[in-house]
Design a protein around this ligand. Structure first.
Ligand code: BDR
Ligand code: CA
Length: 308
């Protein structure tokens, strides 16, 4: 059984990832910690509650950082909608947040049961950075950390061409996490691009005919139109769903490489870049298991599982 804490900035693809985890028979989602990212915390927080409404699941939700540690980042409202869930007009939830800050909750939960909980981070890493500064031994108290983030070959998706959104949104936080966690698993933007869905597959998701599939259709409509305009062809990418699939079923990974990875903080053109020492020449310890390929068929099945 995977006992998970999900740190997230919902986010259209975050929503699907959370639904996948909640539906998985071998997973128990024990807490959701929310961070500002795709849009502000005033949206990402309530979005987490709305997703629990869709799933019909009761999970404590903790709000965390509303802004990045040092410099303001950019948001992704052009991709996820001004409300972060595709401007689909979803009703507000009646659920409430826990009073505790997300960073404090991460520290408390990990210390209550060291080595039992796995952490999956699918937003900017601000909450994790704050938590590890509160408790420097935190990395050893989580069983595993899976991060969706990074552009391992510098093919990014932000205004800094070589940086991926979750890292670029708070590079200092990413630096804190990558330099304190002795080992983490990374699902990058390029690996996401290599596992995109054609519109035929997306139509199969829509056609499942469940309330969750309807939620998926409504929240993804604008995102698919955006991707189609940018790429010139219809595709759907699910970065956070892919990271969740890796967290839930590590055996889905077909090819991964363990390499030293650091975060560029200063480059004029490269701030937020995940710098991979592919030849391990620099002498830094190999801290990141970089996922390069997964079993596509199983990934599709897990995406469907979240929508049934
Ligand atoms: C990541 O950035 C966000 O827009 C997505 O939710 C995902 O976590 C992809 O670069
Ligand atoms: Ca996200």
């Amino acid at each position: 059984m995977h006992r998970l804490i999900i740190d997230t900035d919902p986010g259209v693809d975050d929503a699907h990832a959370i639904l996948m985890a909640l539906a998985h028979p071998d997973a128990s989602v024990e807490a959701i910690t929310v961070v500002g990212g795709n849009v502000g915390l005033e949206h990402t927080g309530p979005n987490a509650l709305k997703i629990l409404d869709v799933a019909g699941a009761d999970v404590p939700v903790y709000r965390g950082a509303a802004s990045s540690l040092v410099l303001p980042g950019e948001n992704a409202a052009s991709v996820h909608g001004a409300d972060g869930l595709g401007d689909a007009g979803l009703p507000a939830s009646q659920r409430t947040f826990e009073a505790e800050h997300a960073a404090n909750a991460l520290v408390r939960l990990a210390n209550a049961e060291p080595g039992e909980l796995s952490l999956i981070a699918i937003g900017p890493l601000t909450n994790l950075a704050l938590a590890v500064r509160l408790d420097p031994d935190l990395p050893s108290k989580f069983k595993k950390l899976v991060v969706m983030g990074g552009a391992i070959h510098s093919r990014g998706n932000t205004s800094t061409a070589s940086a991926e959104f979750n890292i670029f949104a708070d590079p200092e936080a990413a630096h804190v996490v990558f330099s304190t966690w002795p080992r983490l698993t990374l699902v990058s933007w390029e690996t996401t691009l290599a596992h995109g869905f054609s519109l035929d597959v997306v139509q199969r998701f829509f056609d499942l005919g469940t309330p969750k599939a309807e939620f998926f259709r409504k929240t993804n409509e604008k995102l698919i139109a955006y991707v189609t305009e940018v790429l010139g062809r219809g595709m759907l990418f699910a970065p956070d769903g892919l990271a969740m699939a890796v967290a839930l079923e590590p055996a889905i990974v077909r090819h991964a490489e363990l390499k030293p990875v650091s975060i560029e903080l200063h480059g004029r053109h490269t701030r937020g870049q995940t710098v991979v020492d592919w030849l391990s020449r620099g002498g830094a310890p190999a801290n990141v298991e970089i996922v390069l390929e997964v079993d596509t068929q199983r990934f599709i099945e897990l995406m469907e599982l979240g929508l049934r």
